[in-house]
Design a protein. Structure first.
Length: 183
């Protein structure tokens, strides 16, 4: 029975005009092409959206993106989340507007490490500078602070790095997307 099996991967995504619904897709051990289970529930259980679910909201569930995210998780099992490079720049700009907070430094570290692997054509510092609207010098300074605060391990003279267990513990998605690997 499906509910007796341990999930391999679960992906949650906020959907609806104001993100009032959460779609949770679950893959089990034998699932390869798509999720076996999809649960859609109000994002705020105490505030159910008026009118209930509609076909318009249901069409927002992006199965292709979810399958792609699961593939990335399986290719990089050490990463617990998958970066959406299309939106992460705006999220980092929002976080950096609050200053050099732990949340910003953790996310900057995570995106820096992911960009080192996923964006081989450009240097990760230059890429981060481009998507955040900051100078490469500012990004280097912020990465230095991230290392100093124990969120990032870097090797001098080499691009990329590793996020620390401290950073992993602090990772909370800045947007509605949350991908976790259960393996």
């Amino acid at each position: 029975m499906l509910l007796d099996m341990e999930p391999r991967v679960t992906l949650s995504e906020e959907i609806g005009p104001q993100g009032e619904w959460t779609a949770e897709m679950t893959w089990y051990d034998d699932d390869r092409r798509g999720p076996s289970q999809v649960v859609i529930r109000p994002t705020d259980p105490d505030k159910r959206p008026a009118g209930g679910l509609s076909s318009t909201v249901l069409r927002e569930v992006d199965f292709a993106a979810a399958v792609d995210a699961v593939r990335k998780i399986e290719q990089h099992p050490d990463l617990e989340m998958v970066i959406d490079f299309a939106t992460v720049g705006g999220e980092l700009r929002e976080l950096s507007a609050r200053g050099l907070t732990d949340e910003y430094l953790v996310w900057l570290s995570f995106v820096y490490c992911a960009a080192s692997q996923e964006k081989p054509d450009s240097g990760p510092v230059e890429y981060l500078a481009e998507i955040t609207g900051k100078s490469p010098a500012a990004i280097k300074s912020h990465l230095w602070h991230a290392s100093r605060n124990g969120f990032l391990i870097r090797t001098p003279g080499r691009r990329g790095g590793q996020i620390t267990d401290k950073a992993r513990a602090a990772l909370m998605p800045p947007s509605g997307r949350n991908v976790t690997s259960e393996t």
